[in-house]
Design a protein around this ligand. Structure first.
Ligand code: SAM
Length: 299
């Protein structure tokens, strides 16, 4: 008896370990998916599953997210969702959700909605009576704050300061009156200016600069604004920074002299390209901390 030839088998691809508690994705849901802030090992299994099973990925930068998906062996339709097309794309995302699609929203790095697009579409989706789920993962403010050595019980995250001098000084004055640790994002091109402002406005505070978190050249600088300003003058203005400012009157149990701590080596990454905000995040954001590709591959 003749039998039909067996068709060649599709190659098996690596899957994240299945867990009995894994619930299927819910149609008509907007998933906010946190992505790594520099170290690709920081993607979660759940993030990979959502990116694999969603209908479409809405990305701040489709090229960059395309690279991330390719790295993890994923292929998905991508639509752009960034600050200047939020209104139009928000309406499209709503239409898609109403049709039962599953939309994953990602930004260039970290958690959507934290100094990144997300807040507006979340409000629109909820107002339309549709679902939103947040898939937790890397967020620079949490990575910085938790290892800063400053109080974590109460903190205030203020994102980026305004660019204009008068507005910055006013804002810093207001923020300085809030109890708890203050957490800011800042471009490397404005760190020096910020340290000068802190010397004038909050001179006695303990400050921590966390640079290139989770990356090969992760580095920490701790000290008063004056100490850090002196140290800053000796350094290349490169990398991405979280700036943390201790509460007024804090001095207990935290080191008081300025010290620097390199992560995996000296801060000698002078070849790094500057990103859109001058943050030099572009290429290194797609690297593992040892500069090699992580092994994860999910289909
Ligand atoms: N949504 C992101 C998050 O969850 O952290 C933040 C996006 S915001 C546009 C980018 C800023 O976050 C940078 O300018 C820097 O202040 C901070 N940042 C992002 N990645 C960082 C890193 N690896 N190390 C230090 N700061 C980082």
């Amino acid at each position: 008896m003749e039998t039909a030839p067996t068709p060649p088998r599709e190659p098996q691809q690596a899957q994240p370990a299945a867990s009995p508690s894994v619930a299927p994705l819910v149609p008509g849901t907007l998933y906010l998916v946190a992505t790594p802030i520099g170290n690709l090992e920081d993607i979660t299994l759940r993030a990979l599953r959502v990116l694999k099973e969603c209908t479409v990925v809405a990305a701040e930068d489709t090229r960059r997210t395309g690279q991330l998906l390719t790295h993890f062996g994923l292929r998905k339709p991508l639509i752009s969702y960034f600050r200047f097309n939020e209104a139009r794309r928000g309406a499209e995302i709503l239409d898609r959700l109403r049709m039962g699609e599953i939309v994953a929203l990602v930004t260039d790095a970290g958690t959507p909605g934290i100094s990144d697009p997300g807040e507006r579409v979340v409000a629109q989706v909820l107002a339309a009576g549709l679902r939103v789920e947040s898939i937790p993962g890397a967020c620079a403010l949490v990575v910085g704050l938790t290892a800063s050595g400053l109080p974590t019980e109460s903190f205030h995250f203020a994102g980026f300061l305004p660019h204009k001098s008068g507005q910055r000084a006013r804002r810093l004055g207001e923020l300085g009156a809030i109890p708890g640790t203050l957490v800011l994002y800042e471009s490397p091109f404005r760190v020096e200016r910020l340290l000068g402002e802190l010397q004038r406005i909050l001179p006695g505070r303990r400050v921590v600069l966390a640079r290139e978190l989770t990356k090969k050249f992760e580095e920490w600088l701790r000290g008063t604004p004056a100490e850090l300003a002196a140290e800053w003058a000796r350094r290349p203005r490169k990398g991405e920074f979280v700036v943390m400012i201790g509460p007024a009157g804090d001095g207990q149990g935290v080191e008081t002299t300025m010290g620097t701590e390199a992560g995996c080596g000296e801060a000698a990454d002078t070849h790094e390209p500057a990103g859109a905000n001058g943050a030099g995040e572009d290429d290194e954001a797609l690297e593992s901390p040892q500069g090699r590709s992580p092994e994860a591959a999910v289909a």
